[in-house]
Ligand binder design. Structure first.
Ligand code: UFG
Length: 323
C-alpha cells in the first residue's frame, strides 16, 4: 500500500514508517520538523516539509502522493505543557488536524489511522482501562485528543471516512535506527537515561505521595515496535473503531529508575519533587479488544527489555539526532 505518514519524523511516526517500509509498503512523510527531526526520516521514504496549519500544503501533499491510507501522528503530546498552554493543544491537535481530515475527504482517501492516547480517560474508576470506561480527561492534551476522536465519528457518519484510533499508553524503547529525542525532554525514561549518560545530574520524581505501593505514579510502558505493529494491523481493518494499546502491566516511577540503574550499571541520582499537575496516579491498559479483533500481541512484555532497547539507542546516539 501507499501510506502518507503525517508526523513521520517524530518519535512514534519514524518507527512506524520504518516498519511499513520493512514490510514493503511505499511511504511518504509529511512533517513540519518542529518536534520531528530530518535525520529521523527513513531514507527509503519520500519527504515533504509542511505544516498542518497550512491547508494548501497538506492538500498538495495528499494529491501528489495519492495514498491508500494516512497515518496521523502530528500533534503536541505533553501533559504538563498542555496544563500551561491549552491553546497550543486545541489549535494544533484539533484545529490543524481538521485541515488534514478535510484534505483526506476531498481526495477520497479511504482510511486513517489516528494516534490517540490513554490521556482521554483521566483517572479511571477501575483498572485495567478498557474501551468501555468513560472518557473524562483531566488535562487539555487528553481533551484535545478526545475531541478529535469525536470529530472522526462524525466524519465517518457524514463522509464515510473509515478510521482506527489507537490510544497509546506510554510509548517507550527504540528500534535499531530510531529512538526518542525531544528537544526539550520531559519524559521519564529518556530523562533517566540522560542521567545514566552523565548528561544530567539527577532525575526528578514528580510526586511521592500518590496512593500507590511506593507512592509514585504507575504507567503502562509499551515498546514502540509493538505500537508500530498495531498500526500495520489497523491498516487491514475495514471498520472504524477505537482500541487501547498497552501491555497490561504497570511500573512505578521508582521501578523505572531502579530498572534503568540495573540495566545501565550506572548510579541514577534522584531528587524528590512535588506532583506534576495533570498526572493521573495509575494508567494501565486492557488491550484485550485489539488482541481479539486485530490479532495484536505485544512482543516486549518486560520493562527490562523496553529500557534495554532505549539504552542501546541512547548509547549509539548520545546526542540523539544532533539537532
Ligand atoms: N516523571 C517523573 N520525572 C520525570 C519525568 C516524568 O517523575 O523527569 C513521571 C511523571 O510525573 C509521570 C511518569 O513519570 O508520572 C511518566 O511521565 P512521562 O512524562 O514519561 O509520560 P506521561 O505519562 O506524562 O505522558 C506520556 C505521553 C503522553 C501520553 C501519556 C499516556 O507524553 O503523550 O504518556 O500515559 F498521553
Amino acid at each position: 500500500m501507499k501510506i502518507l505518514v503525517v508526523g513521520g519524523a517524530g518519535y512514534i511516526g519514524s518507527v512506524c514508517a520504518e516498519l511499513l517500509l520493512n514490510e514493503g509498503h511505499d511511504v511518504a512523510i509529511f512533517d513540519n520538523l518542529t518536534e520531528g527531526h530530518r535525520a529521523a526520516v527513513d531514507p527509503r521514504a519520500t519527504f515533504s516539509e509542511g505544516d498542518l496549519s497550512d491547508r494548501q500544503s497538506i492538500g498538495a501533499a495528499i494529491s501528489t502522493v495519492r495514498p491508500d491510507a494516512v497515518m496521523h501522528f502530528a500533534a503536541n503530546a505533553l501533559v504538563g505543557e498542555s496544563m500551561e498552554n491549552p491553546s497550543k493543544y486545541f489549535r494544533n491537535n484539533v484545529g490543524n488536524g481538521l485541515n488534514l481530515l478535510d484534505a483526506i475527504v476531498e481526495s477520497r482517501v479511504a482510511r486513517l489511522v489516528f494516534s490517540s492516547t490513554c490521556a482521554i480517560f483521566g483517572p479511571p474508576d477501575r483498572l485495567p482501562i478498557d474501551e468501555t470506561l468513560p472518557a473524562q480527561p483531566i488535562n487539555p492534551y487528553g481533551e484535545s485528543k478526545l475531541a478529535f476522536e469525536k470529530i472522526l465519528r462524525w466524519y465517518d457518519q457524514i463522509h464515510g471516512l473509515k478510521f482506527i484510533a489507537l490510544r497509546y499508553f506510554n510509548a517507550a524503547g527504540a528500534s535499531e535506527k530510531f529512538g526518542e529525542d525531544h528537544r526539550v525532554e520531559t519524559h521519564l525514561i529518556p530523562n533517566v537515561l540522560q542521567v545514566a549518560l552523565g548528561q544530567k545530574p539527577e532525575v526528578a520524581i514528580f510526586g511521592t505521595d500518590y496512593e500507590t505501593p511506593d507512592g509514585t505514579c504507575i504507567r503502562d510502558y509499551i515498546h514502540i515496535l509493538d505500537l508500530a505493529r498495531a498500526h500495520i494491523l489497523a491498516l487491514g481493518s475495514k471498520k472504524s473503531d477505537f482500541y487501547n494499546l498497552g501491555t497490561g502491566g504497570g511500573s512505578s516511577v521508582r521501578e523505572v529508575i531502579d530498572t534503568a540503574g540495573k540495566i545501565t550499571g550506572r548510579k541514577i541520582n534522584v531528587v524528590e519533587k512535588p506532583r506534576r499537575p495533570g498526572d493521573p496516579p495509575r494508567l494501565i491498559a486492557s488491550s484485550e479488544k485489539i488482541q481479539r479483533e486485530l490479532g495484536w500481541k505485544p512482543q516486549f512484555q518486560s520493562l527490562d527489555a523496553i529500557i534495554e532497547s532505549a539504552w542501546k539507542w541512547h548509547q549509539k546516539f548520545p546526542t540523539g539526532y544532533g539537532d
